[in-house]
Design a protein around this ligand. Structure first.
Ligand SMILES: Cc1cc2nc3c(=O)[nH]c(=O)nc-3n(C[C@H](O)[C@H](O)[C@H](O)COP(=O)(O)OP(=O)(O)OC[C@H]3O[C@@H](n4cnc5c(N)ncnc54)[C@H](O)[C@@H]3O)c2cc1C
Length: 382
């Protein structure tokens, strides 16, 4: 692929991840989805491949690569399976990144080397039963007592929070001492010590082989030093983290859309009706052309957004556009791909059926399309 932002190293990385995805993920993706099984073994293999801590320095066990490398890796995994891509995207951008970006040296030295081994993942919890898009409505509280944070409340739909690999969660909590005030802080809760309940939610339509958990805190604890960043600055930390997270959700959308296109293209060439390949009918080739145009635009814009981030330029608006656009085209491309497969696309032994379901989360997680419209409108100052 010739692209001004893609170096030889990016291309080598893409080939390596593609090979892994085809050899290690593709053969088992359908079964894991059917069984709603988070695979510890596969997750560890992805860690060993170097997918945990892609962008953080080697001193913490990371690979010290740029954002674009991370995005290419997620894209290639999503081209084969969104559940595994979600595990990697969330662990890097929501788990590791805020600890690296806002943590003290002690926090980084204590947590990051473990989180880059491939044996542990870390979660990021904002969402609660009464607080989805409206993050400020969170009801989870954390109060200091004898130099310990005492945490009460619950978080729902938290990626990488409940499997045996989950080592802890960065939590958004109200730390105000005044019952009528809200002071949002981010706190690191380590599962081994904090004493919270984590249960998997397995009855999902999407990302069935990824770990989504419900966390319940009843006087759960963390040492005072486990505050992430400054007290009262938790909302900013969470929102900045989501800006970057959106790039990786966009990468999942792009990879999923590319995978759906590849399957539809191949099938349209093989399948014959009325004496010729489906791809020879203009109605079908128009669909494939339309998909290709959307993929080109989505990929270029996402890579440009990564370039902004890698060059320390503002990228919040572009990340929101990328996430919004790729999740829309993933919906359209997966839908048209199923159309090209006809009846054969409607059965679970065909990967396209899973892709069609998996795209549905993309317009909801990490900012719904409606909320992203609000984010973009704010950038337009209207
Ligand atoms: C598989 C999965 C994994 C997830 N992982 C995580 C995670 O790791 N960490 C985490 O904290 N959360 C996670 N989430 C939660 C996710 O971020 C929320 O689902 C999302 O923020 C939306 O919140 P909600 O589902 O409560 O919807 P709501 O906020 O209740 O929204 C419902 C509908 O109303 C619309 N709406 C809401 N407010 C407005 C408005 N002001 N104007 C117009 N429309 C509006 C929304 O766009 C949406 O269409 C995950 C969710 C899923 C499904």
């Amino acid at each position: 692929m010739h692209h001004p932002l893609i170096s030889e190293n990016h291309s080598k990385l893409r080939s390596k991840i593609r090979e892994f995805a085809l050899n290690e993920i593709k053969p088992i993706a359908q079964k894991l989805d059917e069984n709603a099984e988070f695979s510890v073994e596969l997750t560890k293999k992805m860690g060993k491949l170097g997918l945990f801590g892609i962008t953080i320095p080697e001193e913490y066990g990371g690979k010290n690569l740029d954002t674009l490398s991370f995005i290419i890796a997620v894209e290639e995994i999503a081209r084969v399976d969104s559940s595994q891509a979600a595990t990697i995207a969330a662990h890097n951008s929501l788990g590791i990144a805020p600890i690296y970006n806002y943590g003290t040296t002690e926090q980084k030295q204590r947590l990051l080397p473990k989180l880059t081994t491939g044996n542990h993942v870390w979660a990021f919890g904002i969402t609660e039963p009464n607080a989805g898009s409206d993050a400020k409505a969170i009801e989870t509280t954390a109060h200091l007592k004898n130099d310990q944070w005492i945490v009460n409340g619950q978080k729902v739909f938290i990626t990488n929070s409940a499997s045996e690999l989950s080592m802890g969660v960065t939590l958004l909590a109200n730390t105000s001492n005044d019952i009528n005030q809200k002071e949002f802080s981010a706190i690191l809760l380590e599962r081994e010590f904090a004493n919270y309940k984590a249960e998997s939610i397995n009855n999902k339509m999407i990302w069935r082989a990824a770990d989504t958990g419900r966390l319940v805190f009843h006087n759960s604890t963390a040492p005072k030093e486990n505050i992430l960043g400054e007290r009262g600055k938790g909302m900013r930390i969470m929102l900045e983290t989501l800006d970057s997270g959106r790039l990786s959700i966009a990468a999942i959308g792009l990879g999923l859309a590319q995978g759906a296109f590849d399957m539809a293209r191949e099938y349209a060439q093989q399948r014959k009706q009325f004496g010729q390949s489906l791809s020879k009918f203009q109605a079908i080739s128009n669909k494939l052309v339309d998909m290709d145009i959307k993929l080109e635009l989505a990929r270029n814009y996402l890579y440009y957004s990564c370039w902004l981030k890698d060059n320390n330029l503002p990228f919040g608006k572009q990340a929101a556009i990328s996430k919004l656009y790729t999740s829309e085209i993933a919906k359209e491309i997966a839908d048209e791909a199923v159309q090209i497969f006809g009846a054969y696309g409607l059965f679970k032994d065909n990967d396209i059926e899973r892709f069609y379901r998996d795209q549905r989360i993309l317009r909801i997680g990490e900012g719904t399309s409606e909320v992203l419209n609000m984010v973009i409108a704010r950038h337009l100052e209207i």
